[in-house]
Design a protein around this ligand. Structure first.
Ligand code: ARG
Length: 261
């Protein structure tokens, strides 16, 4: 019985990108929830990943980070469609303004071999761009597994749901304090969904109100100019007691680094 409850919770927790955008979470919708506008100049490596199957007119699907001129890192759980249906968009703060920024198709998709939909760990995918974004500053990967220390305050970027706290499909940012693994491990729903101290980062606000949300998945969590993590999952968005869960880049291994160099 308990097991079943956990399985159901897992299904609710892991709202898949895009399709789930409208249906999951509270409807009292509130850039990233509770964040502020970001410019594409301060975050040139922030990539909006669109998909032709998106329910949104902008195609908004997930976030990603440019880590090499022809490579972006996103979340494995965002990659449920053929490569030809995705577009990587850079330099476009407002996704409705297609006169700005640049776009590339996706040539190939690599999914981290440690990823599975049961424990949701190693939620990483590396996509190869068909048109390299030459000249755009890239975001280096964090390689120190201890960089996720409690109290550090990285910033998350994304075009996802704002639940009424800002314009939609527009690049936002939010400083999210690292709460420490014990906070997420204390939540049975989170352990049931596979939260692991070794591979995840628990960040945000225990009181709720500010968080990454649907459509932000795969987007960058940045600390000291490096890619510390990627947006992975959470129960709803910005709910009190349910902070954001991020996939930790430094523990993804040489196998991820090898994709990027
Ligand atoms: N899974 C969601 C997506 O596909 C985003 C998860 C982040 N949720 C959160 N509450 N921090 O876009």
């Amino acid at each position: 019985m308990l097991k079943r409850a956990v399985v159901i919770a897992g299904a609710v927790l892991l709202a898949t990108a895009g399709a789930a955008t409208a249906s999951v979470g509270r409807q009292d919708h509130k850039l990233i929830v509770g964040g502020t506008l970001a410019s594409t100049t301060e975050a040139p490596w922030a990539i909006a990943l669109t998909n032709t199957a998106s329910a949104r007119s902008t195609g908004r699907w997930c976030g990603a980070a440019l880590v090499r001129a022809d490579k972006i890192i996103t979340a494995a759980h965002c990659m449920i469609k053929p490569a030809s249906t995705y577009t990587a968009v850079q330099g476009r703060r407002d996704l409705t303004d297609t006169s700005t920024g640049r776009a590339s198709g996706i040539k190939s998709i690599w999914i981290h071999p440690g990823y599975n939909t049961t424990d949701n760990r190693y939620d990483f995918a590396v996509l190869t761009l068909s048109r390299p974004m030459t000249g755009v500053p890239i975001l280096p990967l964090e390689t120190n597994p201890k960089a996720d220390r409690k109290g550090a305050i990285p910033t998350v970027y994304g075009w996802g749901e704002t639940q009424g706290t800002g314009p939609s499909d527009t690049l936002g940012k939010l400083a999210v304090p690292i709460l420490g693994d014990t906070t997420c491990l204390a939540n049975d729903e989170y352990t049931g969904n596979g939260y692991a101290a070794a591979t995840n980062i628990c960040a945000g606000y225990v009181d709720g109100g500010r968080d990454a949300c649907q459509g932000d998945s795969g987007g960058p969590l940045v600390l000291n100019g490096r890619l510390l993590g990627t947006v992975s999952w959470g129960k709803g968005c910005a709910e009190s007691g349910y902070p954001g869960v991020y996939a930790q880049v430094a523990v993804a291994g040489k196998i991820l680094q090898a994709q990027v160099r």
